[in-house]
Design a protein around this ligand. Sequence first.
Ligand code: ADE
Length: 230
Amino acid sequence: MKIAIMGAMPEEIEPLLARVENARETVYAANTYYEAEYKGKEVVIAYSKIGKVFASLTAATLIEKFGCDMLLFSGVAGAIDPDLKVGDLIIADGLCQHDLDITAFGHPHGYVPEGKVCIPTDPYLRKVAKIVAIEKNLPLKEGIIATGDQFVANVERKSWIAKIFDAHALEMEGAAVAVVCNALEVPFFILRAISDSADLDAGFDFDAFLESSAKVSADFILDMVEAIEQ
Ligand code: ADE
């Protein structure tokens, strides 16, 4: 069992790299991959760079080149649900692409033929997350996460995404990872800790809370790695 752990930015994987053992670096397709061990399990860690295209490349590489059997994403997100505050954790039950639009042809937002508007995450990995949350006594939200190649810092855009996709949080990679893992039939899981509320202050809040929220998410993911049954 080889577990991929992916982030989008260096700050999202640095807290992971600080805690794993025997990390070996490989540079491939302009990205660095770290093969390492955590509590006796094999992990491969990488950050993709921001956005759906880079995320797809990294997810596919983790699976096809490094032979990972499952993929866990760790990172930060903008909150849509007003109950979600900075540092709170949300797991995706499904991921959709809020910026995918061929509505001109009568299709719903987020849909392309032969695709799905919302791709569900792996139920076993969600169950593991809930057990870890209970053990750590941490509140854990579950809901739809909307992905797009946009940093959202606009209440109108955020409300539109909430309305169309019934989404609780938004970010820039999750649905790309979902498309790749779904197509390659690899179980996957997306965890995000809130860094901002996708409003006018989002840019400022993101810079202020990226590191601390990324660490909350990374620490939780490593507890999940430990709890996953081989
Ligand atoms: N990731 C964290 N905050 C975000 C935001 N406001 N928009 C898009 N991605 C994000």
